[in-house]
Design a protein around this ligand. Structure first.
Ligand SMILES: *Cc1c(COP(=O)(O)O)cnc(C)c1O
Length: 388
């Protein structure tokens, strides 16, 4: 069979591959400590499940509007106004099958052959692949631990060419957990406005912050940047709703209309009764979000302390998301070899940094129980002592 050329431009998601291998080992009865999955280990809060069940019982089982249930679009617009200082109405919002889908739809609506999209590395592994699938060219700008894995305004400015269409900002970041300060966000906004490009801000981890870190949504910096901003967000991380497949895109009406047309031919609306769970998530008390954040904070501390006590490994202290991005240079191994050996010999699953554009690091997720973290860190130490 001759497959379309576009398939050859992308590779399968390495995070999903390693997670699947770890799962298969677990199914065989092996005791695997898994730090690979990018999802909270908590169950979805009960009131959200109840709202979806009620909608199901009430017969909310039919096709809905492609852009989403009007009530949910309104609730999202309200959230963006109130929490993020973004002047959006329901018409500025489309509900999508997860944050991943919102980004993909947006790329299809915006990017074409010859367009360059600036992506700071380490990056979430789907960004460059989405750009390629849309026909554009990812322009990867590497960063390192010395700058907190953040792109500086000068690096951004230097990467812009006449072909640059879009800059992807992800704060808090997956895979590094780093958070841009409000001052850093403002400085990047200036460069974007000066050069008249667009920015998509992936804010899926905005609620998962530590040590007083503050999330500033770039569109709230001023009216000039607001018109050049697209927001991607979703329910997966803050509300532990990964399997529900619920996200959204917000931006200029013109773009939202275009993504709605695309979505109307691809998936139509997101599962109707699931959307009622999302309405409950946004409109009911937010205690569940804070409870999960507090649990993540305690795990982060334990994992960070044990990890930096291992000779040969180091990582900066992240103040967001639920990942540590660990420098393995001193072990002499590259990331894929490190992760494969670690999983095979010590039954610890981690994601090789090469998946995120940095082969000298690995990503560990602490969205798992404390006992697994303690056991896994001991195994990791034994592994590193053996290989170095
Ligand atoms: C998890 C994640 C998303 C979206 O995930 P969905 O499950 O599709 O909502 C988007 N961006 C980043 C960086 C993520 O880690």
């Amino acid at each position: 069979m001759k497959l379309a050329a576009r398939v050859g431009k992308v590779s399968p998601s390495l995070t999903l591959v390693i997670s699947a291998k770890a799962k298969a080992m677990k199914a065989e009865g092996l005791d695997v400590c898994s730090f690979s999955a990018g999802e909270p280990d908590f169950d979805t809060p009960a009131h959200i499940k109840e709202a979806a069940k009620k909608a199901l019982d009430e017969g909310k089982t039919k096709y809905g509007a492609a852009a989403g249930e009007p009530k949910l679009r309104e609730a999202i617009a309200h959230k963006l106004q109130k929490e993020n200082g973004l002047d959006y109405q329901a018409e500025n919002v489309i509900v999508t099958n997860g944050g991943k889908h919102s980004l993909f739809n947006m790329m299809l609506a915006l990017i074409e052959e010859g367009d360059e999209v600036i992506i700071p590395a380490p990056y979430w592994l789907s960004y460059p692949e989405m750009v390629r699938l849309a026909g554009g060219t990812p322009v990867i700008v590497s960063t390192n631990a010395a700058t907190g894995y953040k792109i500086t305004p000068d690096r951004l400015r230097a990467s812009i060419t006449p072909k640059t269409k879009l800059f992807i900002l992800n704060s808090p970041s997956n895979p590094t957990g780093m958070v841009y300060t409000p001052a850093e966000v403002k400085a990047l906004a200036e460069v974007i406005v000066e050069n008249d490009i667009l920015v998509v801000s992936d804010e899926i981890y905005e609620k998962i912050l530590y040590d007083g870190a503050e999330h500033l949504s770039i569109g709230a910096v001023g009216s000039e940047i607001f018109g050049r901003t697209i927001i991607s967000n979703g329910f997966a991380k803050a509300f532990s709703m990964t399997g529900w497949r619920l996200g959204y895109l917000a931006g200029p009406v013109e773009l939202i209309k275009a993504t709605t047309t695309i979505q109307g031919h691809a998936t139509s609306n997101v599962c109707t009764f699931a959307q009622y769970g999302a309405i409950a998530a946004l409109t009911q008390p937010q205690d569940c979000v804070e409870e999960m954040r507090i649990a993540f904070a305690a795990r982060r501390q334990v994992m960070f302390d044990s990890l930096n006590a291992i000779p040969g490994l180091s990582c900066p202290k992240p103040n967001g998301a639920f990942y540590l991005f660990v420098d393995i240079t001193k072990t002499g191994l590259k990331s894929l070899e490190f992760c494969n050996k670690l999983l095979d010999s010590h039954h610890v699953a981690a994601i090789p940094g090469i998946a995120f554009g940095d082969d000298d690091c690995i990503r560990l997720s602490y969205a798992t129980d404390m006992a697994s973290i303690e056991k896994g860190m001991t195994r990791l130490e034994q592994f590193v002592l053996n290989v170095t």
